[in-house]
Design a protein around this ligand. Structure first.
Ligand SMILES: *Cc1c(COP(=O)(O)O)cnc(C)c1O
Length: 819
């Protein structure tokens, strides 16, 4: 077949990687690809030329990796994710190719600054938060640890919205990341698949044989592939991120056009364009619209057709599928893929039902990311049936098989059967995507030790009893390339000088820094790098917001999606209490602090948007009060994204990881901060628990209710009003907010928000307040002994190596994918 590689044809000669060769390449790209003379080239032209020159170097490795996988016939991993929060790629690519010095030298000759040009690259923000960023870290680590892998997702034309702050309120604007073109992607016009919706199913009975089912869809469109190469560290391997874009089959309906209906003629185009236009901006809360379900099916179906085509081309035999293919579902968003694989195997490839189910479950694995009930996906049966009539039949058939065999297990009563079923029969009937993902997979994992245990006791209680070996834990990790080497070159340089380069290939080698933690000259250099990073952040805050902040103050940072369970509100209330304390006791020696916040709220999430407004209202009052000038400042940095995180994290002294215990599945922001030498103030939630085990309890400040205590308090009906009234600091702060001290223009603005704390306090803000305030004063005490602080900060960096996503990916490869 012409598509299969012919090993007799040599690959083209690799590109020159020295400064001269790179300079020549960049000039060639500027001239012949961008079509610009150096005399008139603008910064964006240089960005494109440099990116294309770098891309050539990636391609050499890409081809080599792809060939190698074909030739050795190894198993491929397919990572299905509705989100990939990638960020910028230029610096990451140069760094992983190890061409930073050479490129800088080449550009210096031409009078171009890489730092300035690299900042023009838009963030690829095809994700909301932690889940999407995890997918991006995983893609980089898969290439780094040499696993042949494809990421599959959607090429959203508009990624996550751009956030502006107007009069303290969040305003959402469309993010047009493709406006200047995207030099990293390859449009594969030949890799297209038909994706269908709606219609009906015909049963075809031929004498004596099993009936066949034929889906007669009412809507059809095309999925087209865009490939982005993903470079591993030291370019050991380059994998592919394949993102799908929807296209109409008939861009113009000529009969309508000729009849004068010029708008109606574009109906198909509009429908397709709409499908992959925007990313749903909800993070850990429901986005239950029809378009979302269509997006989920669209990318699942395209990916599966692509996977089967590649498998059949190379191996022929579908019975080999579980041996050669591992499909991983990042949360339930792609879980309709389980049914789609069944459909393709049965209806297209003629595989018998039980065999198809066996192949499917041995091929799929699923990661659960949240226990929040509002984030567990389920779809109304009538909607599911209307869009996917054949899939609905298969869901019922799978359900019958499962419930029949579950009935035979001892101890499965009617209630257990109801919980296990793929159909939620309570009220409006719904298809449960979590159960589908669980039952369609041979492995179901949580993302931290605590979260995995809670999964067994809560969402998957009955399914776990039925399949006690299926749930396993894979604690999340972060790529140390982006989140240490690239974002913190100062610290990376110091570490290399001090303990050598081994940590660049094995992050756990950072442990060698433990021996230097007590060394005063090392402490000084470590602290000086932190200070310089804080100067950079101060400059950014000055430029963007016109607010002056002092890099000598403690930088106390909480950056993440705005969500009630993440408890930005607790942090803001504590800031108000501190403000009151400073004003009441001006004679005391207060630790100068800058509290920085950043994060986006889902546009439909009323309380989250109100919390952003509150942060800005409080900032205005405190920052303008001469009584606390120099001691306390509050800053809200707009438009949190990967690039902002890369500047803020290396500049943090204190990392706020204060979610209500039991509610943050893992967190990865917590890991980024600690790796960069910030101390964590946090609850025993998510991966904080394991971070404490690694960095040592004495090097973190842990406070608050445990997950068990939260559960008990909720079950026993705790009394927040009583808690509030017994805490003078808390009741004063809450009264100030509720009575309009920070909102003279609308004194009632926060009445309901604060009322919720008195009323139910679901997120335990009141319950944890005193413990949090005390923990903050403990932080002050440590800060006042700067040597002690530095020792703890160094020990954080030294002991966070285990949280590399390389380790996580090796565990997935060993235990789940067997790749
Ligand atoms: C790491 C990261 C997150 C996740 O942060 P958490 O604190 O774990 O919620 C979200 N957004 C961006 C841009 C990130 O880099």
């Amino acid at each position: 077949m012409s598509k299969v590689t012919n090993p007799d044809l040599p690959l083209p000669a690799p590109r020159a990687n020295d400064a001269q060769g790179l300079a020549a390449s960049i000039l060639e790209k500027l001239t012949y690809e961008v079509g610009k003379d150096t005399i008139v080239a603008r910064p964006h032209d240089w960005l494109r030329a440099i990116s294309l020159a770098v891309r050539d170097r990636i391609i050499d490795n890409w081809m080599e990796s792809t060939r190698r996988t074909y030739e050795d016939g190894s198993k491929r991993v397919y990572y299905l994710s509705l989100e990939f929060l990638i960020g910028r790629l230029l610096r990451d690519s140069i760094s992983n190719l190890e061409l930073m010095e050479e490129i800088n030298e080449a550009l210096e000759q031409m009078g171009v600054s890489l730092v300035e040009i690299a900042q023009l690259e838009p963030d690829a923000a095809l994700g909301n938060g932690g889940l999407g960023r995890l997918a991006a870290c995983f893609m980089e680590s898969l290439a780094t640890v040499d696993v042949p892998a494809y990421g599959y997702g959607i090429r959203y034309v508009n990624g996550l919205f751009r956030q502006e702050i107007a009069d303290g309120w969040q305003v959402e604007l469309p993010e047009n990341w493709l406006a200047h073109g995207n030099p990293w992607e390859f449009h594969r016009r030949e890799s297209t698949y038909e994706i269908n919706f709606g219609g009906k199913v015909d049963i075809i009975e031929e004498g004596g044989k099993e009936p066949r089912y034929e889906w007669k869809p009412s809507e059809r469109m095309i999925a087209e592939a865009y490939d982005t190469p993903v470079v591993g560290w030291r370019a050991k391997r380059v994998n592919t991120l394949r993102l799908w874009s929807a296209d109409p089959i008939d861009p113009i309906l000529l009969d309508k056009f000729n009849a004068g209906d010029h708008i109606g003629a574009l109906e198909e185009s509009t429908k397709a364009e709409t499908l992959t236009r925007v990313l749903y901006p909800a993070d850990a809360n429901e986005a239950g619209q029809e378009l979302r379900l269509r997006q989920e099916y669209f990318f699942s179906s395209a990916s599966l057709q692509d996977i089967l085509r590649r498998h059949v081309e190379q191996f022929g035999d579908l019975s080999l599928l579980p041996e050669k293919v591992a499909i991983h579902m990042n949360d339930t968003h792609p879980s309709i893929a389980v049914v789609e694989l069944m459909r393709l195997l049965i209806d297209i490839h003629g595989v018998e039902f039980d065999t198809a189910w066996d192949l499917t479950t041995r091929t799929f694995a699923y990661t659960n990311h949240t226990l929040l009930p509002e984030a567990l996906e389920s779809w109304p049966v009538p909607l599911f049936e209307r869009l996917f009539p054949r899939h609905m039949q298969l869901v019922y058939a799978i359900n019958a098989k499962i419930l029949l065999s579950a009935r035979k297990e001892a101890g499965t009563d009617d209630d257990a059967i109801r919980q296990i079923s793929l159909i939620d029969e309570g009220g409006q009937r719904r298809v449960r995507m979590g159960n589908l993902a669980f039952l369609g997979s041979h492995s179901v994992n949580g993302v931290s030790a605590l979260h995995t245990e809670l999964m067994k006791d809560t969402v998957f209680y009955n399914l776990h009893r039925l399949h006690p070996d299926r749930i396993n834990n894979k604690t999340n990790g972060i790529t140390p390339r982006r989140w240490l080497k690239e974002c913190n070159p100062g610290l990376t340089g110091l570490i290399r000088e001090s303990i050598g380069d081994a940590f660049l290939d094995d992050t756990e080698k950072l442990q060698a820094l433990n021996d230097l933690a007590e060394d005063s000259s090392f402490q000084e250099r470590f602290a000086e790098i932190k200070y310089q990073n804080k100067v950079k952040l101060s400059n950014l805050v000055g430029e963007r917001l016109g607010t002056r902040i002092d890099p000598a103050a403690m930088f106390d940072i909480q950056i993440k999606r705005i969500h009630e369970y993440k408890r930005q509100l607790l942090n803001i209330i504590e800031a108000i209490a501190l403000y009151d304390q400073i004003r009441s006791h001006p004679e005391m020696e207060w630790v100068p602090r800058v509290k920085l916040f950043a994060g986006k709220a889902a546009p439909s999430y009323h309380n989250a948007k109100l919390i952003i407004k509150l942060a800005n209202d409080v900032a205005r009052v405190i920052n303008n009060d001469p009584a606390v000038r120099g001691l306390l400042k509050i800053v809200f940095i707009p438009n949190y994204n990967v690039s902002t995180a890369e500047v803020m994290i290396p500049a943090a002294d204190l990392s706020e990881q204060i979610s209500t215990a039991g509610m943050e599945a893992s967190g990865t922001g917590n890991m980024k901060f600690a790796l960069n030498g910030a101390l964590t103030i946090g609850t025993l939630d998510g991966a904080n628990v394991e971070m404490r085990d690694w960095v040592g309890e004495e090097n973190m400040v842990i406070f608050g209710l445990t997950a068990e205590e939260v559960e008990k308090a909720r079950a026993d009906g705790h009394n927040p009003r009583q808690i509030i009234e017994s805490s003078k600091e808390l009741s004063q702060a809450l009264s100030a907010i509720a009575s309009g001290v920070f909102s003279h223009d609308d004194p009632g603005r926060y009445t309901d928000l604060i009322g919720g704390l008195y009323d139910h306090d679901w997120f335990m803000v009141a319950a944890d307040f005193d413990a949090f305030a005390a923990a903050q004063r403990e932080v002050d005490t440590i800060w006042n002994d700067r040597t002690l602080w530095n020792v703890k900060a160094i020990r954080n960096t030294a002991r966070m190596g285990w949280f590399s996503s390389d380790r996580t990916i090796r565990e997935y490869a060993r235990d789940i994918w067997r790749a």
